[in-house]
Each structure stands twice: as C-alpha cells, then as structure tokens.
Design a protein around this ligand. Structure first.
Ligand SMILES: *[C@@H]1O[C@H](CO)[C@@H](O)[C@H](O)[C@H]1NC(C)=O
Ligand SMILES: *[C@@H]1O[C@H](CO)[C@@H](O)[C@H](O)[C@H]1NC(C)=O
Ligand SMILES: *[C@@H]1O[C@H](CO)[C@@H](O)[C@H](O)[C@H]1NC(C)=O
Ligand SMILES: *[C@@H]1O[C@H](CO)[C@@H](O)[C@H](O)[C@H]1NC(C)=O
Ligand SMILES: *[C@@H]1O[C@H](CO)[C@@H](O)[C@H](O)[C@H]1NC(C)=O
Length: 213
C-alpha cells in the first residue's frame, strides 16, 4: 500500500512540465535604468541585427533588471566593457570584453539553472563607466501551469485515496485479528473451565457425553 502511494506521488511530480519562455529585449517586462538605444533593422545596419532574436538588440549604459517566476534563466547579450550579473543578489557572472573581442565573436550565453521554483530577479549591472551592454533576449524556464497542477492534484488525490484505503484495510485487518484472538481466548477459557471441572482433570474432546453432573 505504501509503495503504491509513493509510485503515484512520483507520477504526480513527473507530470510537472518545464517550459521555456523567450522575452525579447523590447519587452516591457525588462527594466532599463539608464539610456537605451533600440538597435533594429530600421536603426542599425543589417550586420548589427542579423541573427539577433526578432532582429533587434537593446543597447544600454545602465543596468538591466528582469523579474520572473521559474527555475532557470538564460541571457543572450553582448558587451563592451565590464558587467556583473546577479540572480537574487548572488553573482552568477563577472564579464569583461573589449570591442575587438566583441567584433571577433562575442559572449557565450549566461545561464543560471536549478533555482528553487519561485520568484527571482536577474540584474545585469555595468561595473565600469563607458560600458555598453547589448541585450538580445532572455529565456526563463517555468513550470507549465495547468498540466503540472492537474498532475500534482491527481497524483495527490489518488495517493491520498490509496493511503486512506491502506489505513482502513490495515485497521480492518487488525480488528479482525483482535476479534479472532478474543474469540479464541473465550473458547480457551470455556475449554479450560470444562477441563478443570472434570473429575479426572484430563483434557479431552468434549463430545457432550461425559459432562460432570
Ligand atoms: C530552455 O532553454 C535553454 C537554453 O536554450 C536550454 O538549455 C534548456 O534545456 C531549455 N529547457 C527546456 C525545458 O526547454
Ligand atoms: C526600431 O526601433 C524604433 C525605436 O524604438 C521603432 O520605432 C521601430 O518601429 C523599430 N523597428 C522595427 C522594425 O522593429
Ligand atoms: C530578420 O531580418 C532578415 C533580413 O535581414 C529577414 O530575412 C528575417 O525574416 C528577419 N527576421 C525577423 C524575425 O524579423
Ligand atoms: C518577437 O518574436 C516573437 C516570436 O519569436 C514574438 O512572439 C514577439 O511578439 C516578437 N516581439 C516583438 C517586439 O516583435
Ligand atoms: C569582477 O571583475 C572585476 C575585474 O573585471 C574585478 O575587479 C572584481 O573584483 C570582480 N568581482 C567579483 C565579485 O568577482
């Protein structure tokens, strides 16, 4: 009973599906503290926007803040200068890049996964003056609403039912055993009474013919 309960509980958790959400640099959910320059196909040469998500990148000299609810965050950005990246105040990257390096290849994506599922805040902060940060897009991983809840609830309810039935079953079994034991005890007491009352005091099968008178 307990084992099936655990299996059902695991099934409930397996239903929780992770989903990636892309947030583009122009999203109003991203806060820019300083000056921004939207680099897109109308404001920048194609070489600057090609390959960027939605063909756009936001350039800024200030900090970038993004709050999300989930378990992971990925940042696709470019940089000339230095910047510090934190999640909930803990530094996840300390970057430095020259313009030559930026032209040569750029930065790999910054990521922080295995966060506790819940609200988190990503901050990308320039650490030196004259630093320019170019944000292409962010991706955060969240637990898919609906499916996961249904899975967890169904798992929980079934698990709960199994547990309840298990407890009831065990209780019934215990009660039955107790009743049988009590009945046997009573039977034994009667038998003992009968045997001790016999004149020869010998235990024998009571066939009703040699009862004491
Ligand atoms: C989300 O995106 C990141 C980066 O592209 C990837 O490593 C990760 O496996 C993705 N997660 C899901 C659940 O799709
Ligand atoms: C490029 O950015 C400017 C300024 O935000 C905006 O007015 C324009 O519509 C954008 N162009 C495209 C193609 O997104
Ligand atoms: C980005 O621009 C290229 C041309 O430079 C175009 O072929 C492509 O469809 C654009 N992509 C988006 C998402 O706008
Ligand atoms: C960027 O592209 C995504 C699809 O990849 C779309 O959902 C979104 O509306 C676009 N954002 C802008 C600002 O064009
Ligand atoms: C980040 O890097 C800069 C140099 O690029 C250094 O001065 C600073 O101490 C570093 N900060 C941390 C917390 O590692």
């Amino acid at each position: 009973m307990q084992r099936s309960f655990i299996v059902l509980l695991c099934l409930g958790f397996a239903y929780a599906t992770l989903q990636n959400y892309t947030v583009d640099d122009s999203s109003p959910d991203i806060q820019y503290s300083g000056k921004t320059f939207p680099c897109n196909i109308t404001t920048c040469p194609p070489e600057a926007t090609n390959g960027a998500s939605n063909n756009s990148t936001t350039l800024t000299t200030g900090s970038i803040t993004f709050s999300f609810t989930g378990t992971a965050i990925y940042a696709s950005l470019d940089l000339i200068g230095t910047c510090s990246i934190t999640v909930d105040g803990d530094q996840i990257a300390n970057l430095s890049q020259t313009s030559t390096e930026a032209l040569a290849g750029g930065l790999p994506d910054i990521s922080k996964s295995d966060l506790a599922n819940g609200p988190h805040t990503l901050v990308i902060d320039p650490t030196t003056v004259l630093t320019i940060i170019g944000l292409d897009h962010l991706i955060y991983t969240a637990i898919l609403p609906g499916k996961s809840h249904v899975g967890a609830i169904v798992g929980g309810v079934i698990g709960g039912l199994v547990l309840t039935f298990g407890v009831l079953f065990v209780a019934l079994l215990a009660r039955r055993r107790k009743l049988i034991m009590r009945r046997n005890q009573r039977k034994n007491a009667v038998l003992r009474g009968i045997t001790s009352a016999r004149p020869d005091n010998k235990a024998a099968v009571d066939d009703g013919t040699n009862l004491p008178t």
